[in-house]
Design a protein around this ligand. Sequence first.
Ligand code: VG1
Ligand code: CO
Length: 543
Amino acid sequence: MNIRTVATKPFDDQKPGTSGLRKAVTTFQQPHYLENFIQSIFDSLDHYQGQRLVLGGDGRYYNRTAIQTILKMAAANGVGRVLVGQGGILSTPAASCLIRQYKAFGGIILSASHNPGGPDGDFGVKFNTPNGGPAPADVTEAIFTKSKAITEYKVLDGDDVNLDQQGEYKLGEMTVEVVDSVAIYADLMASIFDFDAIRQLLSDGFRIVMDSLHAVTGPYAKEILENRLNAPLGTVRNGEPLEDFGGGHPDPNLVYARELVEIMYGENPPEFGAASDGDGDRNMILGSKFFVTPSDSLAILAANATLIPGYAQGITGIARSMPTSQAPDRVAKQLGIDCYETPTGWKFFGNLLDAGKITLCGEESFGTGSNHIREKDGLWAILFWLNVIAKRGQTVEEIVKDHWSQYGRTYYSRHDYEEVEKDPANQLMETLRSNLSTLPGKQYNGYEIDLADDFSYTDPIDGSIAEKQGVRIVFKDGSRIVFRLSGTGTQGATLRVYLERYEPQQGKQNEDTQTALSDLINIADEIAQIKTFTGRNEPSVIT
Ligand code: VG1
Ligand code: CO
């Protein structure tokens, strides 16, 4: 078959953000746009020829087209074998699992995660390294550098591969293997959790509902929950991955997973509700009329880890992203293990996991995971909760409240100002940064600022440094306000304001979160002049 070399010119905007290159579908549809980025990935790597690559996506619009293009480019660039999920579908955690199990040199995951899909939505490309995790900054920098100087790419003239049929195909010298990632992933879950105990819980009448939001977890959730754990058919709602996610916003939070929230806060709700995002790496956990804050979820999973067969030996350490609440730190302290604070984005957990420094990690943005793979994992977190519930014989709410009574409660909320104008958003951050040194010692409504900095992180394993990762304002009582701009949006800028306050007294742990944080919400506006800079009176999403 013929390998063509196509002349091209660089695009100047192919810099990966928090989680890969994420742009409007229409941007990716420009001639050569996808090809340039894919060729830049190959050009930045050594010794991949003849080796294995994992490829798949969350099923959003443009997934299949992009997969066919990437397969032909992989063949032209000398890749030995590509493992593709059936139908082109791979959840992010399943891709991570495949990379590890098949000792691939990497994976290309096509997803814009929780961003809406469809012809007018977003698309994205993430590159993962041999450990199964998101490429670290030096790798994404190298790809970006190549993308700015690219002059040509290679592609094989060949037929499209039948992605719907498992089996092996030839594309030139390269083999394409269409695999059943659902079975492989489900087996991994069965090796970690006590499926017998969860099956028993469900057959005893514990009712659960899972909302896959028409995104990638549908097939995985049906296989695991309905087939292997015998949950009633229909437990998994919106379980068919659709190219536009049914027009929804596949983000598992109280705002975007509204249908699930209505069930869980409605009449006679099930005991347990959960949802995941576009690419299956996020999770939201709900009890009957009860919401578990993701930061609390990480702390609770850590505190209960030894109830799970896969973690019965105990955990070596925990890591949380900087804006995640300090609830996990308190568990780590009690267990006598370290809790690392990393910048936002899963790539920063990779070295700690590889070095065995941590077993569990998580982010406030509905992401939780462990050393079983190198991505956050939505269904894993859901199964973890079900396993804990089966072992403790308590409801979600009881487990959370027990946790608060033992460790104290951390009231926590994130306020997002989405799609605000870029310039004023940058000015807000710059003004904050230039005022940092004047803040310590200042009093705001009884809260005294102890520390104000722009978070910088030195990786304890390889010494790499990540700077300007978000402005932290820490008060004398441990309360915090964090400000940062999103690195995953595709329109304008998104300002994220993270708020937390610690409440050790049991009698004061049942307030409404926004009420409990109202002083800090006002202080955040006073310090950062949010209303003035964004022109908004309130956040667009509160989680
Ligand atoms: C957001 C979250 C971050 C998460 C990232 C990718 O990034 O805040 O915690 O790791 O999305 O998640 P940002 O830069 O927009 O705040 V996903 O589910 O898109 O892979
Ligand atoms: Co995601």
